[in-house]
Design a protein around this ligand. Structure first.
Ligand SMILES: O=C(O)[C@H](O)[C@@H](O)[C@H](O)[C@H](O)COP(=O)(O)O
Length: 230
């Protein structure tokens, strides 16, 4: 289902209101809620808006859909981005589950990260994905060395490392099955270039070409929500 807004402010307000309602619903019915968000640049305004929502943030667990393997002191760190733009004000009460640990390579600590994520409630209440102009989402990059594992709908892992030409540093990413069963699943994109890339991804073709296809094609009870503004 496609939601188009006149501008990015209106999109941020609408998406934040929708996610806050989903989280409040999770808290009311299950006593807690889980939210996985994307890094990159697009989510900043949405996250700043969501952080002010009047919900019981202490009952919310927040995590990332993917992380760049850099220390938190790096301006490439999605964790640092979240701490700066989201885990502030009321939302500072949320519990943050990091995807990164202090180690040279993701493989050094992968078992610990996998174990932590396997203990989180499943499915997530809300997952908000971004998308790159090359059709990647989370760290499902075209040409990624673990792309097939990450997109395996029957895969049992929650987290895989990923290296790809377009990715910069090594990444860790939640896997397709861990993300695609979210109660509320959204892709948030802005700008005409990303809209065109999404349209290209909606056409027939292999998932390895535009990995976001795996998300677009995942069978779901509730429709995937796409949020776009120019
Ligand atoms: O860590 C990351 O890089 C993201 O989670 C990634 O999947 C992001 O959503 C897209 O690359 C879009 O990024 P922009 O919003 O910066 O265009």
């Amino acid at each position: 289902m496609m939601h188009r807004y006149e501008n990015r402010e209106a999109l941020a307000e609408a998406l934040a209101a929708g996610v806050a309602a989903v989280l409040a619903g999770g808290i009311a019915t299950r006593g807690g809620a889980t939210l996985a968000v994307s890094g990159g640049s697009t989510p900043k305004l949405f996250l700043q808006t969501l952080a002010k929502a009047d919900i019981d943030w202490a009952s919310v667990c927040v995590t990332l859909v993917d992380e760049r393997w850099v220390p938190e002191s790096s301006d490439r760190s999605n964790t640092a981005f979240l701490r700066r733009h989201f885990l502030q004000g009321p939302a500072a009460q949320a519990r943050f589950e990091p995807l990164h640990e202090d180690a040279e390579a993701p493989e050094d600590v992968l078992d610990e990260i996998e174990a932590r994520f396997s203990r989180l409630p499943r499915p997530f209440d809300a997952v908000i994905l971004g998308m790159g102009g090359d059709g990647h989402t989370a760290s499902f990059f075209p040409g990624g060395d673990r792309l097939v594992d990450a997109l395996d709908p029957a895969g049992r892992l929650s987290v895989v490392p990923m290296r790809a030409g377009g990715a910069g540093e090594p990444r860790v990413t939640l896997t397709l099955p861990r993300l695609a069963d979210a109660r509320f699943l959204a892709i948030h994109i802005e700008g005409i270039e990303k809209l065109r890339a999404l349209e290209a991804a909606e056409a027939a073709g292999p998932e390895t070409e535009y990995p976001v296809r795996a998300v677009l094609r995942a069978p779901r009870e509730q429709p995937l929500q796409i949020f776009w503004a120019p």
